[in-house]
Design a protein around this ligand. Structure first.
Ligand SMILES: [Zn+2]
Length: 265
């Protein structure tokens, strides 16, 4: 095997581990963000639920006040009517009739107010039932997610530790100048660092490379970079990509096919 072919193979092996590390780091970063998002969602619905509960409490106290006013004036009307029987003075009698009329009119207005209040309470109760169902659902999801977050993070960190060990071993295989070129790019670019070129197209940026570079690439006399994205490139036909990758993956995740990632476009 040519020297460069060997180096590319070593770099792709390293890349494969870095790809897994990248995925795990993304998940470690995403998980607390997801929990924070759910917390925000939960606090919005919690505030709405409290707002409706407060409104219901206010309306209920209003209803209670109207009821007690109605009851109070009904008693007074009753008493006035009883007293009217004993009144002999006509002027006093008419004054009492007016008073009773007034109280009855006020109570009719209160009855109307009471009806409106009862309708509004019913409406708020329906709203509350609706929000409460959503509240319970969001709360259950949030509780589950936040409870399981720490154990999932522990799992991911343990996986990451193992991968870092594998990475150190894999990096040892790569000649230092080649490795530093790889690391230089890795510090500046999003994953991946080394990518295949298929039908003249760089699989890192999906842009065609110039024919001259493609010809050079096929010779494998050096490790070339994509002129567009600067990633290290190799001609995919120099490697049986699927077998090549699965040989790397066989160590820990034999069921996964890494070629599924963004390679299809
Ligand atoms: Zn590129």
């Amino acid at each position: 095997m040519s020297l460069y072919k060997k180096q590319i193979e070593q770099l792709v092996a390293l890349q494969q581990i870095d790809h897994e590390i990248f995925g795990i780091r993304q998940e470690i970063k995403k998980l607390p963000e997801e929990v924070a998002d759910m917390e925000k969602q939960f606090s919005v619905i919690d505030a709405e639920r409290n707002r409706i509960a407060d409104k219901m409490e206010y309306l209920t106290s209003q209803e209670k006040r109207v009821n007690s006013d109605i009851e109070h004036d009904s008693r007074r009307i009753e008493e006035s009517k009883n007293r009217m029987m004993q009144v002999e003075n006509t002027r006093e009698y008419h004054a009492m009739i007016r008073e009773v009329d007034n109280m009855e009119r006020t109570n009719r207005t209160r009855e109307e107010e009471k009806m409106i209040l009862m309708e509004e309470i019913q409406r708020q109760q329906d709203l509350f039932a609706d929000v409460d169902a959503r509240y319970n659902q969001v709360k259950a999801e949030y509780d589950l997610k936040s409870e399981s977050m720490q154990s999932r993070l522990d799992e991911l960190n343990a996986e990451l530790d193992k991968l870092m060990e594998r990475r150190a071993a894999s990096a040892m295989e790569v000649p230092p100048p080649v490795l530093s070129r790889y690391e230089f790019i890795r510090e500046r670019l999003e994953n991946p660092v080394i990518v295949p070129v298929a039908s003249c197209v760089c699989k890192g940026c999906n842009i065609a490379i110039p024919p001259q570079i493609f010809i050079e690439l096929q010779k494998i006399q050096q490790i070339l970079s994509c002129p567009n994205c600067q990633r290290l490139i190799y001609w995919e036909e120099h490697f049986d990509a699927v077998n090549f990758y699965s040989r790397q993956k066989a160590v820990e995740q034999p069921e996964l096919d890494p070629e599924d990632d963004d390679e299809e476009e």
